[in-house]
Design a protein. Sequence first.
Length: 457
Amino acid sequence: MNTSVVLFTSDLRLHDHPPLRAALASADEVVPLFVRDPAVDRAGFAAPNRTAFLADCLADLDAGLRRRGGRLVVRAGDPVAEVLDVARRTDAGDVHLAAGYSRFARDREERLGHALKADGRRLHVHDGVVTAVPAGAVTPAGSDHFAVFTPYHRRWTREAVRAPLAPPRAVRVPADVRSDDLPSRSSVAAVSEGLAPGGETEGRRLLTRWLDRYGDAYEERHDDLAGDATSRLSPYLHFGAVSAVEAVHRARGRGGPGAEAFVRQLCWRDFHHQVLHARPDASHADYRPRGDRWRRGPQAEADLRAWQEGRTGYPVVDAAMRQLAHEGWMHNRGRLLTASFLTKTLYVDWREGARHFLGLLVDGDIANNQLNWQWVAGTGTDTRPHRVLNPVLQGRRHDPDGAYVRRWVPELAGVAGAAVHEPWKLSGPERAALDYPDPVVDLAAGLARFREARGRI
């Protein structure tokens, strides 16, 4: 009986899954395999929130396979060794895998391909599973990737996005393949209290509900901090529990400016993946060095701690950082302004912020986290690398009545209206009653320091 193996990585779903559909089309039996790689832990990629969310995703994937007559096989160890073991025990000649774009993923593919070939077996790598458009499909003349988003977006919108694939009706798995127990969320320590549930079922439900409720208004409301009208799909896209291809098609099927604004965000995700695919060192090195000599020493460390703890004295920054700690997720506008505050107002290395985010974000994606941090820090693809977001103005613009701040900074719950964004200006008993710190830096002083560091003065 002909058998194939499908190695699941960042594609934990049954809907729109090209590797699984290809394996089912060419084999009588398929082994759906997920390998818990200890190298992920050693590389610092397996933060508690992502580990817990992953457990939900694997449980949901296993349940979906069982409804179709199959099951998920889970192993722990080196993926190459575990795939070879499964292939040999089932006499599988073919292994199917979704293409990854990080250096880690590409090294895994290369090692796996060599090992399978030496063993007389074949690896089939399927592109366009993790992203809507494959990373190398859209390139400018004379370069292997687009370094600026706008021309990339222009070309990306003209690229045909393949049609989503239906989930399989049945999956037949060899009966004698050994599997470890599925991991459980309850076994993971130090998980954020408000962490969302993971899995394809929840992700698809969220996509449908968000499109119906907020999809048409996304262009107007995506920066509304208190309104919470963003899709919150990033964790499900990160783990592949929701297909970016399907999300593009479903949004475009609705039409309108809201849908196109949402699709543009999916394009940003693809943009960062194609940059990382071409420049894997951008995960840790400046994409465009600016000669920064980031602040070091005790005071910089104290400022970094205040930022991490949501105690900078700037309410909208602190609110966003506390949302991150509680949910393992942060509103996109919050990510922009907290990153700008750390890298430009405090002039602390973007890598410190990226590391903290990766430690908490359930959607902590190397391509999007690191390259968004670089974009804000001015060392990445931003065409205006010296822009600085003023947290007071940002708060007034995107949280005009202070509802978001009061939700996450209860010390300021009694401060009415827009005054909540500048509590240091309160006076008398009202100011004395607040258990809230003074600003760690004067905004004008921080701006002057950054401009001097970048040679703008």
